[in-house]
Design a binder for this molecule. Structure first.
Ligand SMILES: Cc1cc2nc3c(=O)[nH]c(=O)nc-3n(C[C@H](O)[C@H](O)[C@H](O)COP(=O)(O)O)c2cc1C
Length: 190
């Protein structure tokens, strides 16, 4: 049976991003349900309404990547108790030009990691509000991962068994949620 296409959006442009490592681990754990594609956001220009007609080429690519995704996974750091500017910039481009938003109806999940004790809790609340406003179908539940240097190895394996089980349940639940919005994995009741 065809797998749903998962667009993975990492809210960091850092080479050694811990959120990218978490996203890679999740893509691996969800591999039986999803074909994951990481959507590039670090080459998008700073949003400017003057530059919408036509949108710059990287923006056109990003919007078409969103539209081709059956579901979207947001894996984000927290910057000063909100989402990083690079992520908000990408979200704004995805919503524009007026009348050509790429977001509505896409099932989405939110997760993030930092070294802090409350991890990315506040950024995730902000992101949930933004995505709700844009008409995405955001899965319920909360997932905050406190990152430790050895948590995810170079191959994307989660080394702590309890965290691995938690992340596997998270991605499996999201796969089931996303399948409600497509007809690829479950048949809809008549
Ligand atoms: C500008 C800035 C603000 C930050 N603010 C927070 C914060 O509010 N909460 C938090 O837990 N970590 C915060 N951090 C630390 C990040 O969690 C840490 O840099 C983490 O590695 C970012 O994720 P990344 O590696 O995926 O980019 C901040 C980092 C930066 C650069």
């Amino acid at each position: 049976m065809a797998k749903n296409k998962l667009g993975v959006i990492v809210g960091s442009n850092r080479r050694e991003s811990i959120n990218r490592k978490l996203a890679q681990a999740l893509a691996q754990l969800g591999g039986d349900a999803f074909d994951a594609k990481f959507l590039q956001i670090d080459d998008l220009p700073m949003y400017n309404q003057d530059n919408e007609q036509p949108v710059p080429a990287p923006v056109a690519r990003f919007k078409s990547d969103i539209e081709a995704s059956d579901a979207l996974l947001f894996v984000t750091p927290e910057h000063s108790r909100s989402i990083p500017a690079v992520l908000k910039n990408a979200i704004d481009w995805g919503a524009r030009p007026w009348g050509k938003t790429s977001w509505p109806g896409k099932p989405a999940a939110i997760i993030g990691t930092s070294g802090g004790a409350i991890s990315t809790a506040v950024a995730q609340q902000h992101l949930r509000a933004v995505l709700g406003d844009l008409g995405l179908q955001v899965a319920g539940g909360e997932a905050y991962i406190q990152f430790k240097p050895e948590l995810i190895d170079a191959q994307g394996n989660v080394t702590d068994e309890s965290v691995r089980k938690f992340l596997k349940a998270f991605i499996d639940q999201f796969a089931a949620f996303a399948a409600r919005f497509t007809d690829k994995r479950v048949s809809r009741a008549a």
